[in-house]
Design a protein around this ligand. Structure first.
Ligand code: SF4
Length: 187
């Protein structure tokens, strides 16, 4: 895959944090019905569960790849942004991959920071994971150590995009059962 066309998004960052193999398979355009159903359900939840004054938001940024100083294009498609309250929301069905969900939201907060977008009072935006089916929410913040990890993650994804074969399986874990690629990896 040519890295010149690659724009790295929040979901890919979440996938990579969860399982690099999943990120590689997704980058190759592989998607399965199971995943589509989950996305469709997420969209339904998104449309019917929350306030009307929240907006979808797309934000772009670039970051230097420290290995060769080339710019890596980044894009965030944020589920819902409450600009007045300074909160970015990401809606999820369940918590089986919650660490990946946190990284996805941190990635969006990072893009805002890189573009110098802050609230009217100068404070940074905050993130929130919403689990409407579980009636739970979780706050997400971006700390300085996360920024270094995000830079390392997008650099690693860019390098991985050039690999002709997928990264190895990391051993079956609980979330593999819910992964669209389960049969591909363990069938
Ligand atoms: S089934 Fe497991 S190992 Fe395979 S891509 Fe999904 S998360 Fe990764």
């Amino acid at each position: 895959m040519s890295t010149t066309r690659l724009r790295i998004g929040g979901m890919l960052v979440g996938y990579y944090r969860l399982c690099p193999r999943k990120a590689w398979l997704s980058m190759r355009g592989l998607s399965m019905e199971l995943e589509s159903d989950a996305v469709a359900l997420g969209r339904l939840l998104d449309e019917h569960s929350y306030e009307r004054d929240e907006k979808h938001l797309t934000i772009e940024a670039e970051v230097n790849d420290p290995t060769d100083e080339l710019l890596i294009p980044l894009i965030g498609k944020i589920d819902r942004a409450n600009l007045k309250n300074g909160v970015l929301h990401e809606t999820k069905k369940g918590r089986s991959c919650e660490d990946a969900h946190r990284w996805q939201v941190r990635f969006y907060l990072w893009l805002l920071l890189r573009n110098g977008v802050v609230r009217a009072d100068g404070s940074p935006f905050r993130g929130q994971l919403d689990y409407p089916l579980l009636r739970k929410t979780e706050p997400v913040t971006l700390e300085p150590e996360h920024i270094a990890e995000l830079t390392a993650t997008v650099t690693a994804i860019r390098a991985m995009a050039e690999q002709e074969t997928p990264p190895p399986r990391l051993g079956k874990r609980s979330f593999c059962a819910k992964c669209a690629f389960d049969e591909l990896c363990y069938g």
